[in-house]
Design a protein around this ligand. Structure first.
Ligand SMILES: Cc1cc2nc3c(=O)[nH]c(=O)nc-3n(C[C@H](O)[C@H](O)[C@H](O)COP(=O)(O)O)c2cc1C
Length: 150
């Protein structure tokens, strides 16, 4: 069964990256780093999930989505194939908590699948692995239903 790939961005502090690596290790989930120019220049081959931190607070022009994420989302195909968003944030940022994931969910109509702080706890990783597995199952079931259509 196809595993929905997770495309992520992480800054030099690499908190989101550590979470992504643990998703990959726990569940052999394909994860791709949007900091890599070759990765963000591609088109997703099918449904994909975004994992992004928020950098709203302290940002003069209040741009919430990291630039490499915006670059990847410039592709209409990538926008169409995005099926959900996972956010890494920090509750210390108050009303801006998870601003990037939540604002993108609002404009794209895609759900926030999971939110965690910093690099997440082992429990966060387990819960996120389960959510992504259920997503894999749902996509496989939808494909079977489509095949069964006359
Ligand atoms: C300058 C700065 C601004 C931030 N703004 C927000 C914010 O608006 N909302 C939020 O939830 N977290 C915010 N954070 C927290 C980061 O999103 C969080 O630490 C995240 O795990 C960082 O991931 P990374 O290390 O992969 O870049 C901010 C962090 C920094 C350093």
């Amino acid at each position: 069964m196809r595993k929905v790939p997770v495309y992520y961005y992480s800054s030099v502090s690499n908190l989101t990256g550590r979470f992504a690596e643990r998703l990959a290790l726990t569940n052999a989930r394909p994860v791709f780093n949007l900091a890599d120019r070759a990765v963000r220049g591609r088109e997703a081959e099918g449904p994909w999930v975004l994992l992004t931190p928020s950098y709203k607070a302290g940002n003069a022009n209040q741009v919430t989505l990291p630039t490499p994420v915006r670059a990847f989302l410039r592709s209409p195909m990538n926008r169409r194939r995005l099926i959900g968003i996972i956010g890494s944030g920090n509750r210390n940022f108050g009303i801006h908590y998870q601003a990037a994931a939540r604002e993108l969910a609002q404009v794209s109509g895609r759900p926030v699948l999971f939110e965690f702080e910093l690099s997440g706890t082992p429990e966060d990783v387990d819960r996120c692995v389960e959510i992504l597995k259920r997503l894999d199952d749902a996509i496989a079931a939808a494909a079977r239903d489509a095949d069964a259509l006359p």
